[in-house]
Structures are given as C-alpha cells and as structure tokens.
Design a protein around this ligand. Sequence first.
Ligand SMILES: Nc1nc2c(ncn2[C@@H]2O[C@H](COP(=O)(O)OP(=O)(O)OP(=O)(O)O)[C@@H](O)[C@H]2O)c(=O)[nH]1
Ligand SMILES: [Mg+2]
Length: 438
Amino acid sequence: MSFSPTDTIVAIATPPGRGSIGIVRFSGPAALAIAQQLITHHGALEPRRATLTKIRGAIDQVIALYFPSPASYTGDDVVELSAHGSPVVLRAIVRAAIASGARPAEPGEFTLRAFLNGRIDLMQAEAVADLIDAATPLQARAAFDQLEGTLTRAIAEIDECLFDLIARLEASVDFPEEGYHFVEPAALAHAIDGLIAKTEALLAGAGRGRLIREGLQVAIVGRPNVGKSSLFNALLGSARAIVTAAPGTTRDLVTEVVDVEGLRVTLVDTAGLREATDPAEIEGVQRSRQAVAVSDLILHVIDDDELPETAVGQCLVVRNKSDIGAPNAGVLPGAIAVSARTGEGLEELRQRLVEILDREPKRDRPDLTNVRHIALVERAHAALGRARQASCAETGSMPEEFVLADLQDARAALEEITGKRAPEELLAHIFSRFCIGK
Ligand SMILES: Nc1nc2c(ncn2[C@@H]2O[C@H](COP(=O)(O)OP(=O)(O)OP(=O)(O)O)[C@@H](O)[C@H]2O)c(=O)[nH]1
Ligand SMILES: [Mg+2]
C-alpha cells in the first residue's frame, strides 16, 4: 500500500447507479479547502452543521457537511457533499475535486485511514466490511457487535494481562538474583491458567460465529422429478428454478442465498445424482457432484417411502409430496415430511436445518466470527499452553526465558488480530475487500 496518507482523497460513497441521494466524500488535510472551491457557499462551513449550497457551474444543489479532524470517520478532516443521486452529477463533482488537487480513493481507503489514525482497530475495520456484506439480521448483529468493540475489549483484557506478566518475567530474567522472582511460580501458573480459560472461551464460540459470518451451503439432490426445484423455490419464496412434470428438467446448478432463521444459507438446486445419457444431463450430474462435495449439508429429496441407501456427507432426508403420498408418509425414521406444493412441513424443515447447524442462543460473550481471528486466537492459545508447561517444568528453578518466549508469541498473535502488528500485505489484503468510497 504505497498511497500516501497525507493526500486528500475523494470518492462517491453511495452505491453505483441512480438513487434519491448520492454522497461524495472527501478526506484529508485539504478536504475543506477543496470542497469549498467546488461550492458557491461563501465563508467557512460550520462543523457538523448541514449547509444547503450549490455546486459551481450550477449542476446541482448539495448539502455540505464538514467533520473536522479528529472527530470524523477517518480521523482526518472530512467533508461530505450530498447531491441528487445521479451518476452524472456525482462523477462531475469527483472530477472537479480531482482538478482541485484531490486523488481518487482506493477501495477501503477511508476505513484504512480510520485504522491508521487509531480511530478503530483492524477487527473493527473488518467488521465494517462484514456489516456492509451482511445478508441476514444475525450477520449484521454479529458485525455490529464487533464494530462496537466487544471483541476488541475481550482481546485487550487478555493482552493487558500478558503485558504485565511479560514485564515481570523480563525483570526476573534481567536481574537473576539467586532465588528471587518478580513473579512467584505459583502465581505465574495461576495467571497463565486464567488466560488459557479466556482464550478457550473465545474459541468455544468460534464455530458458531464463523457459521454466522460465512453462512453455509446446502445442496438439494435426489432422483428426477421428486420435487427438488419445487422445494428450492418454496424455501426461497419465489419461482426461481424451472419446475415441470417431465423428469430431467434441471441441468444447471441454480444458486440463491436465503435467510433461514438468521443463518445465511446458500441453497443450490441440482440435477441430482443419477445415471445420465445425454451430454447436457451428464454435465448436470457432474456439476451436482461438485456441489455436493463443497456443501455443508445435503437435502436428499425423495417422493416415495424408500430411504436412499447411501448418504453423502451430512445429509437430511426430505420426504416431499406429503399432500399426495401414501398414508404412512412422514413416518419414515429420520426423514422429514414436507409438501413443496402446499408448504406443509417447511417450517419444521427450517427448524431442523437450524438445529443441525447448531445455532445456540447468543451468550453474553462475543463470538469470534472471522477465520483470521480464529486462527490467531488458536495460536495464542497454543502458545499459552506451552508457557503453562514451561512454567511448571521444574520445581524450584523456573526457566523464565522459555515462558517469556511463549508469552511473547501469544501476545504477537493477539496484536496481529487488532492490527497493532499487522504486516503491510495483510492490510492490503483486508482492505482490498472493501468497496470504493468506504
Ligand atoms: N403434489 C405435489 N407435487 C409436487 C410437489 N413438489 C413437486 N411436485 C411436482 O413434481 C413435479 C416435478 O417437480 P420438480 O420440482 O421439477 O422436480 P425436480 O426434482 O426438480 O425434477 P428434475 O429437475 O427434473 O430432476 C412437478 O410436476 C411438480 O409440480 C409436492 O409437494 N406435491
Ligand atoms: Mg429440478
């Protein structure tokens, strides 16, 4: 990331396309001066007060808002001009700003500045991207919690304790007077145990947290004509996939994201797994196999009372067409009876999906949701485990250097989560995910 943090950057902050309002955002030392060159309003813009004015050249009326440094999103001077949401107007404003010395912002550069200026840590910056990407209220909630700093505080608590232990151990190593420890072995072991419990608690919520953030993929398979596409449409609530009375209707994979009780589920309708003869069908079955291989859960649809003999991966058998089935339909062990036509049983199916995907009620501790954070907490946890072992290696003499190295490793992992020690490539990778203007 070679772009200079002292440039003044500009970008359209609202989504591409037409809308009632469009916002152009400026950030940097010259934000105010550049914005004032573009508007007809004379005199200073009052901080955080909306000023109705015009763009020079009379292309639009705008509301100008000035947020002086450091109390702004980025920590720099920020100006926002809200115009009508016309791409033509917004681009003209950006062009004029560039002509006045601003530089087009890179994706995520506003949030990067907020991070570099210490307004937010790296976890919170990542939460901004997650919040924007959220497809379900639960995802949005998890991202917002993280943005509010719940995880930041949990990590900071562990980090402070580590800092204290490391300082004392360093003193012990630097002043190795016979028999004297700045921290008693028993107290050290006890403190490390406390930290291990904390990292363990964080990791305990990680599976579920990750599920919430990333969602999961569910593929629908079964013999031709059992009603896979009908079930797909029923879960989606719209006639997205083609349904006909003829077997072999679906060939391509049809994929949509649905919200199942707050979980982001990517639902995939397939041709199913079967013997196929014509080339399009063979390709369809091949694609079904691939979808099954990468899915977290398979819905195996049947329309008779014969359970499929081989279950692939984690599988839930769905007995469809309960509206016309034999009287014993629905009593198949382990299968769930539904009718894609009438909607009967779909609620129960949704519940079962959630149960299988193990969504417990939210506890008061923050969930780790991001694989990057999970991996680093795991690393800290492992390092603490080693430190604990080293701390009780020998009774009497405590090999403080070993404990120290392990504690420092734990601390380094935590600081990579918050971004205190984040390599440039990592920052580049994280911020490249953002949209321009954020
Ligand atoms: N009575 C009844 N008919 C259903 C139900 N679900 C699907 N059907 C009918 O079953 C036929 C096949 O439905 P599809 O959804 O196309 O089945 P599919 O498994 O996707 O079929 P292929 O894509 O050809 O493998 C259609 O005529 C549907 O109207 C149901 O719950 N009850
Ligand atoms: Mg189909």
